[in-house]
Design a protein around this ligand. Structure first.
Ligand code: ZN
Length: 347
């Protein structure tokens, strides 16, 4: 499956929030063959444009390129790196992770250090270590050596995880939130026939710290319709109640009716549901999620834009490694392509 290769490249690329250079370059390369023009805006969003007729509505697709990570805050005399978090990270997942510190001199391997169980006291074993008590060990002996290796305050840190296929249709990897949206957007642009209306495929920056790239790119483009391609919580695992997270992996893309930042515009929801029904694409409806997507900001550009979100059910979001089904990816591409083709008819 070609989409698995695209997703593998995107997942393995680095793009910690605010430092999206590598992933942006890759996205520009991937979009280029399928659009009339690729441009980068001032904040660093990458925009692939398929030009259409002027009198037809403009459509904006958005998938965020950035990933959650860490940032070096201080370096100790002994050469250990202390850090702050970039994006929503649960402290409990940090301990003992392998990370990459991205310095100007190149990447450095590191591990988030912890005391081995042999020397932990009973109380220590029960306690949750918060991020400010942890440190990254890059093997430096002193502050000077850490600096010489390239480490400095403000360097972005990503999780050191590689993409893998672990089942017939199941993949695991870093930053699937939202590299899977990026892969779906690239593939959608590749499969689109003549649409009539202009389509803007935007790889956004800084989503994980407050949907910032979507805010500026939507202002610049000012589309008539906006669709965010992202991930949502798949709750089909032990310990999660149906009510908390009813969306399941392998059951098709999820259409959000409302989340913390957006009530999907009725016309957009109609477009997505009708498209799925008519093309017999499985889908799930979802509401009440605490998070939000780029669509929330696109919808508030200038005097407002009807928006919706199509999400891939993903297990273990915001962990160093997440999991999803390529079947859901394929169905999300089918739905997105068919929905885009219908925009001139329904808007
Ligand atoms: Zn996301």
């Amino acid at each position: 499956m070609a989409i698995a290769e695209t997703l593998e490249k995107l997942s393995n690329a680095c793009g910690v929030v605010g430092r999206e250079e590598e992933i942006r370059e890759l996205m520009a390369k991937m979009l280029k063959p399928h659009v009339d023009e690729v441009k980068e805006d001032k904040l660093g969003n990458i925009i692939g444009i398929k030009n259409g007729k002027k009198n037809l509505p403009k459509l904006m697709l958005a998938a965020h390129m950035d990933e959650i990570g860490l940032m070096i805050k201080t370096i100790s005399k002994e050469g250990f790196l202390q850090f702050t978090k970039m994006g929503g990270i649960d402290d409990r997942i940090l301990l003992a992770q392998k990370v990459m510190v991205h310095t100007e001199k190149g990447p450095l391997h590191g591990i988030i250090g912890s005391k081995p169980p042999h020397i932990q006291k009973e109380e220590e074993r029960k306690k949750i270590m918060t991020y400010d008590e942890l440190f990254i060990d890059i093997g430096a002996e002193t502050l000077e050596e850490a600096k010489k290796m390239g480490a400095k305050i403000g360097d972005p840190v990503g999780f050191d995880e590689k993409f893998a296929r672990i089942g017939k249709d199941i993949v695991i990897g870093k930053a699937l939130d939202d590299r899977v949206g990026c892969a779906i957007m690239v593939e959608t642009m590749a499969r689109l026939k003549k649409v009539g209306c202009s389509v803007y495929a935007v790889g956004t920056v800084q989503e994980e710290v407050g949907l910032r790239g979507a805010t500026t790119s939507a202002f610049g483009i000012f589309p008539d319709v906006g669709i965010a391609l992202d991930v949502t919580v798949a709750g089909d695992m032990p310990g999660v109640r149906e009510f908390e997270a009813p969306v399941k992996m392998r059951k098709g893309p999820s259409l959000s009716v409302a989340d913390a930042g957006l009530i999907t515009h009725p016309k957009v929801l109609r477009l997505l549901v009708d498209t799925a029904e008519e093309n017999k694409i499985p889908y799930q409806l979802e509401t009440g999620l605490a998070g939000s997507t780029d669509a929330a900001r696109i919808s508030m550009a200038r005097e407002g834009v009807p928006c919706g979100t199509i999400s891939v059910p993903t297990r273990y979001i915001h962990n160093p490694t997440s999991m999803l089904s390529l079947k859901d990816v394929e169905n999300t591409i089918k739905l997105t392509v068919a929905a885009v083709q219908r925009v001139p008819k329904q808007f």
